[in-house]
Design a protein around this ligand. Structure first.
Ligand SMILES: *Cc1c(COP(=O)(O)O)cnc(C)c1O
Ligand code: SF4
Length: 366
């Protein structure tokens, strides 16, 4: 176990069968056979690090639920393969162009841990041609030809599964394109395999600034010392780190857990960015929550905690990510607005009064 700190060791020793998993959690025979049944349809793999966070006896452990296949993945038939229509918005293999000024470039179909709630369940863990170098470079060529693209999101699967040299090749190509302003990565490795965030990787990324990283923590139990150190290495390299969580039934859909997660992220200097309504992907129905759950959580956060602890609650869709919240604007007329604060108190803000107070404003404001 002396190599536990090494990400290559973590990848090579991923848990992919019931016998290995039994070293971390107690499984009944029925559970073991269900895991095998589901595994033949949806791939699973768990790093020894992530498995070590599991509760041996509690089947409701949030780490277990995110990583160990559940028979419910096969029992629920609602949901779609590709609810966001990513495959039809793809002008080059693995490239998704949905917004005018930015794209998502899929460079890997491999992840350290295959999350049971994954939106890209349709291809993660499968050897797909879209991630070969010729496909990735076709995506880069599309970006080169499309001047409107100023922001490139490198995603997967998990891009940080690629070796440093491959990542650097992608970054070098992108940086040779004048109109690409920012490059960002979506990676779950700080959560599922923090060993991946080596100083060598961070030094390499820092050569291609501005580089941003968004990661994916869903539960306070994932906020370990190892994860905090991985994040710290990214931050020290000047890389801002944000977090995108998925709202998951029985995992983080209550205010206490969500607050602990958000406050824990701030302590690690990670900025909560998005909280996603779970996409209606086939095989994930057991994680779905009603839309009200997310709206209620945001209502219980905004005003009650640090403003920048509160993520935007997002419903993703084929026409883009849509932030949703209960309106605090109760009424808007030509001369006033009625607004509601976090406690439900209302206030009327009268605009003409402010406009007419020109005379008392300094000249620069008139
Ligand atoms: C999420 C996403 C982006 C980035 O969206 P932001 O709201 O800017 O974070 C870009 N392209 C695609 C296809 C996406 O799904
Ligand atoms: S790390 Fe991301 S892409 Fe990979 S399985 Fe998890 S949610 Fe899906």
């Amino acid at each position: 176990m002396e190599l536990i700190d090494d990400w290559q060791w973590q990848m090579a020793n991923r848990i992919t069968d019931v016998a290995a998993l039994s070293q971390y959690v107690d499984l009944t025979e029925a559970e073991a056979s269900e895991i095998n049944t589901v595994g033949s349809k949806f791939r699973w793999a768990i790093t020894p690090y992530y498995a070590s966070l599991m509760d041996r006896r509690n089947v409701n452990c949030p780490i277990r639920k995110q990583a160990i296949p559940s028979i419910l993945e096969l029992r629920c038939f609602r949901g779609l393969q590709d609810p966001l229509h990513e495959e039809t918005q793809s002008p080059a293999p693995g490239l998704i162009h949905r917004y005018p000024d930015r794209v998502a470039l899929t460079v890997s179909s491999v992840c350290a841990v295959y999350c049971r709630h994954c939106t890209r369940k349709r291809f993660v863990g499968q050897p797909v041609p879209r991630t070969t170098w010729s496909a990735v470079s076709a995506g880069i060529e599309y970006i080169r030809q499309t001047e409107a693209i100023r922001d490139v999101l490198i995603t997967g699967g998990d891009p940080f599964i690629l070796p440093d040299e491959r990542l650097e090749r992608i970054l070098k190509e992108l940086r040779s394109i004048d109109h690409v302003e920012i490059i960002r990565f979506g990676t779950r490795t700080p959560c599922t395999m923090p060993q991946r965030i080596t100083t060598k990787l961070c030094d390499m990324l820092a050569k291609y600034h501005p580089v941003w990283v968004n990661t994916h923590f869903n539960h306070p139990r994932e906020l370990t010392e190892e994860a905090a150190q991985a994040v710290d290495r990214l931050l020290r390299a000047g890389i801002p780190v944000g977090n995108q969580s998925v709202l998951l039934r029985g995992i983080n859909d209550d205010i206490d857990t969500m607050k602990k997660l958000l406050h824990g992220l701030l302590k690690m200097r990670v900025r909560p960015y998005y909280l996603y309504q779970c996409d209606p992907v086939i095989g994930t129905e057991h994680f779905w929550t009603p839309l009200e759950t997310g709206l209620d959580l945001i209502d219980q956060l905004q005003g009650y905690t640090t403003g920048f602890a509160v993520p935007q609650f997002i419903v993703d869709s084929p026409i883009g990510k849509i932030p949703v919240s209960r309106s605090r604007l109760l009424e808007l007329t030509e001369d006033h607005a009625v607004l509601r604060n976090y406690e439900g108190k209302t206030i009327t803000i009268s605009y003409p009064m402010q406009l007419h107070s020109h005379s008392i404003l300094p000249a620069a404001c008139q």
